[in-house]
Design a protein around this ligand. Structure first.
Ligand SMILES: Cc1cc2nc3c(=O)[nH]c(=O)nc-3n(C[C@H](O)[C@H](O)[C@H](O)COP(=O)(O)OP(=O)(O)OC[C@H]3O[C@@H](n4cnc5c(N)ncnc54)[C@H](O)[C@@H]3O)c2cc1C
Length: 647
C-alpha cells in the first residue's frame, strides 16, 4: 500500500509521521520550507500530561527533560493580592506524580520540533521532503495524488493525505472546506527574557496588575522556561493598536519593577488585606534582564467545517485555531495526531472502515468545538467585567473568574481538561461494565503495570500500538511472573486476547482508581477507555475490539469497496515503496512523472485564514501580521458557532 502523505512539517505533521512509523506505516512529510527551524524562545508550548506522554513515546523524552521545565507552582494574583497558589508535586524518578498535582511541561516550540525531526531522521519508514509546497491534490477510490512545487516539485501518490499545513492550510483550501470562526479574539504581546523573578520556578497569572493601571482588562502572565528564561504575555486591549518596541519595553520594565519590589511578605498575602501603599508607580528599580525574543500572538477562534473528505484529513492548526484564556492550540493538534495515527494504522494494515475513519472527525472535532464553545462563552464574561451574567452561564457557577482562567492554563475544566469521547461512534455495543473512576471515553489514569515479559512500566508507556487489556489483580506484585501468568484468570485472559481481531497486549496492575479486583479495562491505543469488564468475557472483549476498529469492517470480515489494499490507478503507477498490506518501503517515496509544474501556487480559498504567526520584527509593525481579515470573510459572532458532531 502507498505511504501516507503528510503535508506540513510542523509539530503536528512530524508527530503524526513518527506515530505512524511506530505502527509500521510509511509516510512522507512534504514541507515548503528548507527544514531549518528558527529559534524563537517566545513561541513556546505548554504540554499537558497526555500530550507530553505522547511526544515522550515518540522519542522526545530527553528533550522534554532538558529543554522543558515543570513549574513548581502556579500563582494567581489580582492587583497585589495572591488569590491562589497551587503547588505541583515533584516528579519522581520514573516520571510519575499524583495526577491532580502535575505541572504541565513548558518548552520552546522550536526545541520540540527539532526533537521530532531528529527522531524522524532515525526512522526508516518516514521521510521529510523540504522545499516542496503542496499545490494540488486529487483523490480516487484507491488513493491520493499530490502535486508539489518548489525545488523538489513533483507528483506523489499516497494511500491517505493529512493536511497538517497550519492556519493557512492549502489542503483545506483545495478541499474547499470552510474555516469559520472569529478573528483576533485575544491579542498578547509576548516576550522571552532571562531574568530573576521573586518566584523562581513558579508560573504567575497576574490580573489587574497595579503597574498597568489596575483596570479589569489588564492581565499579564509569567511562565518559567528552562535555563532561567521566562515567557511573559501581556493581554492587549481589543483592536489593532500597534505594539511598538518602546511600548513593549515599557511593559517589561513596569512588570519586572512591580514584581521584584513586592516583598515576599506582601506576595504571600492571601487574606485580602489592603495593598501596601509605599512607592506605588514611582522610582522602583528594574532588575537586570536580557530580552531574547518578542512577538505578538494573535489568537483566532476557527474550526474547519469538516475534518475528513474521503482519503484526506485535516489536523492541527489546519483544522482549528484556539488559544484564548490559556487554552493550548498545539496540545489539541498533538491530540489530533495521536487520535488519527492508530486509526490510519488499522486502515493501512487491515483495510479501512468508514466508521473508524469518520470517528476521527466525530471525536476530535467534537472535542475542539466543545473547547471553543466554552472559551466563546467565557470570553465576554471574563473580559468585559459583566459579573452578574457569567455566574448563570458558566458551569461551576460558584467558581471565581480567576479559577476559571487558572483551569484554562492548567488543563482543567471545560477550557482545559483532556477530552472525553463519550459519544464516540466506536463505543462498544455491550452493556456498561463495572464502574471505575475513569468513565468510558476518558483518558485512563497512568498506573504502574506489569507487562507479560515481567517488566514493570507505566500504563502510558505501552500506548500507541494495539488495544491494551489491563487486568486489576491485587497481590500480583509480590508473585513471580511465572506463577501469576499461569494462575487465576490469566490463562483464559491470554486465550481471549489471542483471539481478538486486533493487536492487543495484556497488562496487569495491582490497583486502578475505583476498580474492584478482577476488573478488566480495555484501553485504546490513544489511552482512552473503551469499557470495563467484570472478569474474563471473551465474547464481549471481541465485540469491543470490533467496535474499536469500526465494527464489522476490515481485514477478513468485510473489506470495504475501494479501501484497503494498495491499487494503482491510470497513469499513477506503482510506488517503489508500496506493499500490499505489508510494512512499506523506506520512506515510501514515489515521484510521479506527471510534470512538475513550476507555475504559481495552488488553488487558494477565499476564506479568511486566521493565523497566529508573528516574529520579533512584528513588534512595531502591526504585530499580528495577516489574517485579521475583513468582516466579509468571517462568520457572524455567536456563541453557537462551534457545533459539535452531536449538535
Ligand atoms: C508567538 C507565538 C506564540 C504561540 N504560543 C503558543 C502557546 O503558548 N501554546 C500553543 O499551544 N500554541 C502557541 N502558538 C501556536 C502554535 O505555534 C501552533 O498552534 C502550532 O505551531 C501548530 O502546529 P501545526 O503543526 O499544526 O502547524 P504549523 O506549526 O503552522 O506547521 C505547518 C507547517 O506546514 C508547512 N506548510 C504550510 N503550507 C504548506 C504547503 N502548501 N505545502 C507544504 N508545506 C506547507 C509550513 O511550512 C509549516 O512547516 C503560538 C504561536 C506564536 C506565533
Amino acid at each position: 500500500m502507498d505511504p501516507v502523505i503528510i503535508v506540513g512539517a510542523g509539530p503536528v505533521g512530524l508527530s503524526l509521521s513518527l506515530a505512524l512509523a511506530r505502527l509500521g506505516v510509511p509516510s512522507v512529510v512534504l514541507d515548503e520550507t528548507t527544514g531549518q527551524e528558527d529559534t524563537r524562545p517566545a513561541r513556546t508550548a505548554v504540554l499537558r500530561q497526555d500530550t507530553a506522554a505522547f511526544v515522550s513515546r515518540l522519542g522526545c523524552a530527553d528533550t522534554l527533560e532538558t529543554a522543558g521545565t515543570h513549574w513548581t507552582a502556579w500563582r494567581t494574583m489580582r492587583r497585589r493580592r495572591l488569590l491562589e497558589r497551587i503547588a505541583f508535586a515533584p516528579q519522581t524518578p520514573d516520571g510519575a506524580a499524583a495526577p491532580a498535582a502535575v505541572s504541565p511541561v513548558h518548552l520552546p516550540q522550536h526545541a520540540l520540533t527539532r526533537a521530532l525531526r531528529a527522531a524522524l531522521a532515525d526512522e526508516k519508514l518516514a521521510e521529510v521532503v523540504t522545499g516542496s509546497r503542496l499545490a494540488d491534490l486529487e483523490q480516487d477510490e484507491h488513493g491520493v495524488s499530490a502535486q508539489t512545487r518548489g525545488p523538489n516539485g513533483t507528483w506523489w501518490r499516497g494511500s491517505y493525505l493529512i493536511g497538517c499545513d497550519g492556519p493557512r492550510s492549502t489542503v483545506r483550501k483545495l478541499l474547499d472546506i470552510r474555516f469559520p470562526g472569529r478573528t483576533a479574539v485575544e491579542r498578547h504581546a509576548v516576550a522571552a527574557l532571562r531574568c530573576e523573578l521573586p518566584w523562581p520556578g513558579e508560573a504567575l497569572l497576574h490580573r489587574s496588575p497595579p503597574r498597568h493601571g489596575g483596570g479589569p482588562g489588564n492581565e499579564v502572565s509569567a511562565r518559567p522556561l528552562a535555563d532561567g528564561l521566562w515567557r511573559l504575555d501581556w493581554l492587549l486591549p481589543p483592536g489593532r493598536e500597534l505594539v511598538t518596541p518602546d511600548a513593549l519595553v515599557a511593559r517589561i520594565r513596569d512588570s519586572l519593577a512591580g514584581w521584584t519590589t513586592e516583598s515576599p511578605a506582601d506576595a504571600a498575602r492571601t487574606d485580602g488585606g489592603a495593598a501596601p501603599a509605599r512607592g506605588r508607580g514611582h522610582g522602583r528599580l528594574v532588575p537586570p534582564y536580557d530580552l531574547l525574543d518578542t512577538g505578538v500572538h494573535t489568537v483566532h477562534h476557527r474550526l474547519a467545517r469538516c475534518w475528513r473528505q474521503g482519503r484526506a484529513f485535516l489536523a492541527g492548526d489546519a483544522a482549528h485555531l484556539l488559544g484564548a484564556l490559556g487554552t493550548q492550540g498545539l496540545d489539541e493538534g498533538l491530540r489530533d495526531a495521536e487520535n488519527l495515527a492508530w486509526k490510519l494504522g488499522l486502515a493501512w494494515h487491515h483495510g479501512a472502515s468508514e466508521v473508524l475513519l469518520d470517528s476521527y472527525q466525530a471525536e476530535r472535532r467534537g472535542a475542539v468545538s466543545a473547547r471553543l464553545r466554552a472559551a466563546d462563552q467565557a470570553l465576554p464574561l471574563l473580559r468585559d467585567g459583566r459579573s452578574a451574567r457569567w455566574r448563570t452561564v458558566l458551569p461551576g457557577a460558584v467558581r471565581g473568574r480567576s479559577t476559571l482562567l487558572t483551569d484554562g492554563h492548567l488543563g482543567r475544566g471545560p477550557l482545559g481538561a483532556p477530552p472525553v469521547y463519550a459519544r464516540t461512534p466506536l463505543a462498544p455495543p455491550t452493556a456498561e461494565g463495572p464502574v471505575v473512576e475513569t468513565p468510558p471515553g476518558a483518558a485512563v489514569t497512568d498506573v504502574p503495570v506489569t507487562a507479560s515479559d515481567g517488566s514493570a512500566v507505566r500504563l502510558r508507556d505501552r500506548l500507541g500500538k494495539g488495544l491494551l487489556v489491563v487486568l486489576v489483580a491485587p497481590g500480583t506484585g509480590v508473585w513471580d511472573r511465572r506463577h501469576w501468568q499461569s494462575a487465576g484468570l490469566m490463562p483464559r485472559l491470554t486465550e481471549a486476547v489471542d483471539a481478538l481481531p486486533m493487536d492487543a497486549e495484556i497488562l496487569v496492575t495491582e490497583a486502578y482508581p475505583g476498580a474492584a479486583a478482577h476488573t478488566v479495562l480495555l484501553v485504546r491505543p490513544d489511552g482512552h477507555l473503551v469499557t470495563t469488564l467484570s472478569g474474563v468475557r471473551p465474547a464481549e472483549m471481541a465485540a469491543c475490539a470490533n467496535a474499536v476498529r469500526g465494527r464489522a469492517y476490515g481485514g477478513e470480515d468485510g473489506q470495504e469497496p475501494g479501501s484497503g489494499r494498495a491499487r494503482r490507478t491510470e497513469g499513477a503507477g506503482d510506488s517503489a515503496g508500496s506493499r500490499d498490506g505489508g510494512d512499506g518501503g523506506a520512506g515510501g517515496r514515489e515521484a510521479r512523472g506527471r510534470g512538475a509544474d513550476p507555475g504559481g501556487p495552488g488553488a487558494g480559498g477565499t476564506e479568511a485564514d486566521g493565523t497566529a504567526d508573528s516574529r520579533s520584527g512584528d513588534v512595531g509593525s502591526g504585530g499580528t501580521g495577516r489574517g485579521e481579515g475583513g468582516p466579509s470573510a468571517v462568520d457572524p459572532v455567536r456563541t453557537s458557532m462551534f457545533h459539535s458532531e452531536g449538535d
